[in-house]
Design a protein around this ligand. Structure first.
Ligand SMILES: Nc1ncnc2c1ncn2[C@@H]1O[C@H](COP(=O)(O)OP(=O)(O)OP(=O)(O)O)[C@@H](O)[C@H]1O
Ligand SMILES: [Mg+2]
Length: 250
């Protein structure tokens, strides 16, 4: 493995019965590089994402993280290794405040080694939660009930909860899905900011959106790797253009 390769999939394949959703995908992800996985509907993006996060076990192939094959390991092991994904909305506690949601996520991380000094631990966890809320631009919504947030704010809250685990690798599946143009811009700004301190890999349907912010683009099509490279290379790739022809790549 190349020294700056952080994560690598080697001929990774995922089948659902007879159907192959991801086929022989070999990709190297570099440390600190903001990478987007794009492709048309049904290309296998979410399936590949679920393989990277450990939610799915590959049918064959390897997922190598910092030199170790982690395919098939339990989810808590991924968290322990520093891999986090944006939580699904259903895991946000809707009737707790924004602050409590992040505080609980942060507490899950800190409580074990602060067991004997609960008061200090509470303060540390609270401070950490506030720091995260500032990062994800929700400090102004601190006391609001999570259920009352806008869709965009809820997605930011999920990211805040994922950040509570101090991940070195943050994985986001369509973070701008269902967002207004303004919410989308804010989310993109947030992703760029977060990528300064950690490796971020995102799945995104909107091709143009990621071209401007990502260093590397992975294009999946019908489960296979169609192209990979810098945004400009991918943009001018004839096969990619053909696949996206007739689609509004926004
Ligand atoms: N659990 C499953 N069981 C059977 N088939 C599945 C399952 N999950 C996904 N598929 C199939 O695998 C293919 C790839 O699906 P996937 O969700 O990975 O695509 P995607 O690129 O994320 O699409 P979208 O842009 O719509 O989110 C699709 O044909 C889908 O129907
Ligand atoms: Mg998907």
């Amino acid at each position: 493995m190349n020294s700056d390769t952080f994560l690598e999939t080697k001929a990774v394949t995922k089948k659902f019965g007879d159907f192959t959703a991801v086929r022989d995908v070999s990709v190297k992800f570099k440390r600190g590089e903001l990478t987007a996985i794009i492709g048309p509907n049904g290309a296998g993006k979410s399936t590949y994402f679920n393989l990277l996060t450990g939610a799915f076990t590959p049918t064959s192939g390897e997922i190598v993280f910092n030199g170790i094959d982690i395919a098939g390991q339990p989810q808590h092991r991924y968290t322990h290794l520093g891999i986090a994904k944006s939580f699904q909305i259903t895991t946000v506690f809707p009737y707790l405040s924004v602050f409590e949601n992040v505080r609980l996520a942060a507490q899950a991380r800190v409580v074990t080694f602060d067991l004997f000094r609960p008061r200090t631990a509470y303060r540390e966890v609270s401070e950490k939660a506030d720091e995260i809320l500032r990062r994800v631009n929700l400090i102004g919504q601190r006391e609001r009930i999570a259920a009352k947030l806008s869709h965009g704010e809820q997605r930011s809250l999920e990211i805040g909860m994922a950040l509570a685990a101090d991940p070195t690798l943050l994985l986001l599946d369509e973070p701008t899905a269902g967002m207004s143009p303004e919410e989308t811009r804010d989310m993109i700004d947030l992703i760029v900011t977060l990528s300064a301190d950690r490796t971020v890999i995102l799945v995104e349907h909107k091709m143009k959106l990621v071209m401007s912010i990502c260093k590397k683009i992975i294009v999946l099509h019908q489960g296979g790797l169609l192209a990979e490279g810098a945004p400009d290379d991918v943009r001018h790739n004839d096969t990619v253009k053909r696949v996206y022809l007739g689609q509004k790549a926004v």
